[in-house]
Design a protein around this ligand. Structure first.
Ligand SMILES: C[S@@+](CC[C@H](N)C(=O)[O-])C[C@H]1O[C@@H](n2cnc3c(N)ncnc32)[C@H](O)[C@@H]1O
Length: 283
């Protein structure tokens, strides 16, 4: 091993996962989010790893994880409700049943959605998430006996959410059967609607109105708006747009990474708010 490789404590991904008590999936996620680098066996940082050459630095990984730990302290110092860290919720619960059907950067932990929905909504309420992303609010709300409506500008995010929300003939589902089965056991008969559109427009408001059960208004909004300058929600799944030929709506995406940190969202072009009777929450 080169001195540099020694210093970085380079190891294969599985080894790294074991050493820090995480899963290989977690480590890949840290790489994908740019939290730790990819190296070749000689200690050279690389963009693309050839077969079997991928190494990560245990030293870098431990530093990153200890920063995350310090984040926990910040969380307490910030005076947030102690339950809102969800640090004790194990990975398999954070990604339970359909929530891990497809990778999606920056999704809600379902337990966080559950925490808020159980306090501010009740069974049979209609919950709107105007920036639903991969649909965590929709699935969790349904599990809690609520009707849910979600909007997203990205056609592929809508597909992810629809695939999670759809009811299947489980005898025919194969690879994803186990997760679908787990959600099927807890899902309610309440409706889930996925709308592909720009949350800020009148056109989308009319689509929401059409998807409401008769004589009902939305009871509240629960959402996490796009993280300005952090993620490209279309580019994240670029392969899917190429494979399925989805039309891209990049120009309508709020605050994409490629427009940088300064790209603040434009003021809403829509007059008024969604057909909503009570309350709204966002992160
Ligand atoms: C922070 S993510 C939401 C993640 C979600 N809470 C989850 O658990 O998966 C914000 C979402 O807003 C969507 N978005 C960006 N601009 C939008 C717009 N103009 N109208 C509707 N959705 C938009 C992005 O595509 C992205 O999926």
């Amino acid at each position: 091993m080169t001195p540099l490789a020694n210093e970085l404590e380079l190891v294969k991904l599985d080894h790294a996962a074991k050493a820090v008590g995480k899963t290989p999936h977690n480590i890949r996620d840290y790489i994908q989010r740019g939290r730790i680098s990819k190296y070749d066996p000689q200690g050279k940082a690389i963009k693309r790893a050839q077969n079997g050459e991928l190494r990560v630095s245990l030293k870098e990984l431990r530093t990153f994880l200890s920063l995350v730990e310090q984040g926990l302290d910040k969380h307490h110092e910030a005076g947030l409700h102690h339950e809102l860290g969800f640090h004790n919720v194990p990975e398999h619960q954070r990604t339970k049943h359909v929530h891990r059907l497809h990778p999606y950067l920056g999704k809600f932990i379902p337990q966080l959605v559950e925490w808020f929905l159980s306090r501010y909504f009740k069974q049979d309420d209609i919950t709107l998430d105007p920036f639903m992303g991969s649909g965590t609010t929709l699935i969790q709300g349904n599990e809690m006996q609520m009707h849910t409506i979600g909007i997203d500008i990205s056609p592929f995010n809508c597909l992810i959410a629809r695939v999670k929300a759809d009811k299947y003939d489980l005898k025919n589902a194969r690879h994803t059967a186990r997760r679908l089965e787990q959600f099927d056991k807890v899902r309610s008969s309440k409706s889930i609607s996925v709308i592909q559109g720009d949350s800020r427009t009148q056109e989308t408001r009319s689509l929401i109105a059409k998807s409401l059960p008769p004589s009902r208004l939305i009871d509240g909004i629960f959402t996490s708006p796009p993280y300005v300058g952090q993620i490209d929600y279309h580019d994240q799944h670029i392969y899917a747009y190429e494979l399925f030929g989805f039309s891209r709506k990049d120009e309508l995406e709020i605050g994409p990474k490629k427009r940088g940190n300064l790209s603040r969202p434009k003021r809403s072009t829509s007059k008024g708010s969604p057909p909503c009777s009570r309350i709204s929450f966002h992160s």
